[in-house]
Design a binder for this molecule. Structure first.
Ligand SMILES: Cc1ncc(COP(=O)(O)O)c(C=O)c1O
Length: 371
């Protein structure tokens, strides 16, 4: 398998655990196991009693039930639990694609969505969105990318890195285009339920279309990435069977304690979402005010969902070097070059420490060496 380095992860590997303030993280503020165990009266005893044997390959029934409850038309048997969404992306592409096939991927994107499609030896086209067009979804351009060999269309709503969200008619037309061309709509929904206005929430693709696949995760909106738990949901039985055959060669099953904690978290997700949405609601105006004060340096399209945005940086010669300098001062931004968008940075506003991080960034910008 020929696969390039995952640039986002390599960047984080270098800085994440040595930089004081995370101002680009794509997840929300996390919690301790003790916090989670407070969510239900007998949770502590149940965790201690968890059997550390293998679990069911498709996921513990209790967890699949909690996941199915997120959707309108999904039965627990139509859920495959994975050891994080990343595994789900790997499994779906490798179950579906081979040399001679074609995939379409919405970009810029979480890099594995593109690289793992390429790693199957399929041809991959990018449905590219641009800042200059307001990150618009050009359906005509999408239609022009479709070929006879097209098997899968990856989209990500709410979107990493822009924080934008398609409107519902556009999403339905994308689903219709996939259906009409017999492509599987692979819908990465790991930021779902963190829309800034809940009225903007899109239907899950797996509810909308019988062959579509929804990708979910406990990492992002719910803020529990250390559990390493994700899932795929689809009503397509033959696709599920192909994924399960492959999963025997990746993880077989997920971590038993993580399954228990994820089921607990999902049953009580309103509590998790309320706190995380509250952090986003508090942070977003602070960030906006910061960008207004530094309009000569940052220009952005305000995110509509999730905890990240992707401003363009002007007045800085080299955004990579700028990010390194800011990291040295204690604040981690993610340079857009890891998305092949070198004029941008990814900012994250799902963490409690954002006010302190902005203060450090502000003084770094004021220092003559910063720009
Ligand atoms: C759009 C998108 N999909 C999938 C993932 C993978 O999430 P997980 O932590 O569950 O592997 C990420 C993580 O950043 C992401 O941003």
């Amino acid at each position: 398998m020929d696969i390039g380095p995952f640039r986002i992860e390599r960047y984080y590997a270098r800085y994440e655990f040595t930089t004081r303030y995370m101002l680009s993280s794509s997840d929300c503020e996390s919690r301790t196991v003790a916090d989670l165990l407070e969510l239900e009266p007998d949770a502590h005893a149940r965790l201690l009693g968890t059997w550390c044997g293998y679990t069911e390959s498709a996921g513990a029934p209790e967890l699949r039930q909690a996941i199915a409850a997120l959707y309108e038309r999904i039965h627990p048997d139509e859920v495959i639990v994975t050891s994080c969404a990343e595994e789900g992306i790997f499994l779906l592409y490798h179950a579906l694609l081979e040399a001679g096939d074609h995939a379409i991927v919405e970009t810029p994107c979480y890099e594995s969505a593109l690289e793992l499609a390429r790693s199957t030896d399929a041809r991959v086209s990018q449905w590219h969105r641009s800042f200059e067009d307001g990150w618009a979804h050009d359906l005509e351009a999408l239609d022009g990318l479709v070929r006879r060999e097209s098997r899968v269309l990856y989209v990500n709503q709410p979107h990493n890195p822009t924080g934008t969200l398609m409107d519902r008619p556009t999403f339905e037309r994308v689903a219709e285009l996939a259906r009409a061309n017999r492509m599987v709509l692979f819908s990465d929904e790991v930021y779902r339920e963190l829309e800034h206005d809940p009225a903007d929430r899109l239907p899950a693709a797996c509810d909308l279309d019988e062959r579509a696949v929804s990708l979910g995760s406990i990492s992002k909106s719910y803020g529990l990435p250390g559990l390493r738990l994700g899932w795929l949901a689809t009503r397509d039985a033959s696709l599920r069977a192909a994924i399960m055959r492959l999963k025997d060669y990746t993880t077989i099953c997920s971590s038993a304690p993580s399954e228990v904690l994820t089921a607990l978290a999902l049953r009580n997700r309103d509590v998790l979402l309320e706190r995380n949405a509250g952090i986003v609601r508090r942070n977003l105006p602070l960030l906006e005010a910061f960008f207004d004060r530094h309009a000569e340096t940052f220009e952005w399209i305000r995110p509509a969902a999730g905890p990240i945005g992707f401003p363009r940086v002007t007045g800085v010669d080299d955004v990579d070097r700028f990010c390194q300098r800011v990291a040295a001062a204690g604040v981690l931004l993610l340079p857009g070059s890891v998305y092949d968008e070198p004029a941008h940075v990814r900012v994250g506003f799902g963490r409690a420490s954002l006010p302190e991080a902005l203060a450090v960034l502000e003084s770094t910008l004021a220092a003559p060496a910063a720009v």
